[in-house]
Design a protein around this ligand. Sequence first.
Ligand code: NAD
Length: 355
Amino acid sequence: MRIELQLSHKLVPIQIKEGLFAEIYKWIPKVYTGKKIFLLCDENLDSLYAKSLEMQLKEHGYRVSKMVILAGESVKNLSMMEEIYSELLRHEFTRSDLMLLLGGGVVGDLGGFVAATYLRGIRYIQLPTTLLSQVDSSIGGKVAVNLKEGKNLAGSFYHPEAIWMDPLLLKTLPPKEFRSGMGEVIKYGCIGDEKLFGLVEQYYLEGVHDESLLKEIIGRSVVQKVNVVAADEKEGGQRKLLNFGHTLGHAIEKTLGYGQISHGEAVAIGMSHFTRISQKLGQTSGQSVERLNRLLDVVGLPHEIPIGLKKEALLEAIFHDKKMSGNSISIILLKKIGHAFIKEIYRDDIEKYLE
Ligand SMILES: NC(=O)c1ccc[n+]([C@@H]2O[C@H](COP(=O)([O-])OP(=O)(O)OC[C@H]3O[C@@H](n4cnc5c(N)ncnc54)[C@H](O)[C@@H]3O)[C@@H](O)[C@H]2O)c1
């Protein structure tokens, strides 16, 4: 399945194909005619996939320098960027060479920001290996690292030459990570694709865990993300829809402490609560709330705010978020499953409606 992200300045081809990973050497010449490649991955991906990818590429005449970093959010920072720059310089990478980013959102965000800034920009390809990175983080050109003050505070918009995903790689993904990505998929269903929501229901409720269904779920999610990004490259208007569930989700992650709850779990709670707020505002029916909560239950994602988290602390986190403007905030509400809209809402209203 090929999907194109048409931007004002370039076209990013996205390929979703089982078995693609075993044939990366065939795909590279479509976007890069050089031979020098910098392969970045984390320690978990190294033994699972990067070693064989390195071998595959070398067998086909590529000169590969591989760098393996620790797994997890803690490496997504400026000092790791410096280490990667040093490694690129040590191997004399120039602007005409290529970076391959094999991994989840951490490798993609960190490596992408290095690519955006090394020698003022080097080309790169995203090879996303988690469900979250396949349906979300690898698409849209948002690359960033965390600062001690918060997540993703230093970054850029810098798109890859191509995004290639192989759903078969998800077989080794820990279930918790799979669920986390499914949270984003459900979000896409909620904001603009009821059929996609239905496919996820089928995947879980009917016990149809088949691979072609998963590929379709990934494909439809990618289309959703591509449509929103193409319509709004720099997140001014429509792209805000992608924040459905995230305003509260981020606040929960921040208040609990990063790493205490997965991103997908936090977003799931956010989606459920903002659907309930939509209902209280008379915008959606109780059926939407029930349908969403039922699916979250089956997937194994939470929908209630963890006990002990104070409403005041959450509101504080929401209104200190970088996207806030004054005493009101843009939130995403649901009309029905498959149709979301943006609404400016005052702090008092969130306080009143948040359970
Ligand atoms: N750029 C964006 O638009 C955007 C959007 C959403 C999230 N993000 C960022 O994405 C990051 C989270 O990404 P993530 O959830 O992919 O986490 P991650 O990159 O930390 O990967 C999760 C874990 O799964 C392991 N893993 C990855 N692929 C695997 C596979 N196929 N088999 C077995 N193990 C595998 C990794 O080693 C890691 O331990 C966060 O930093 C978040 O800020 C960015």
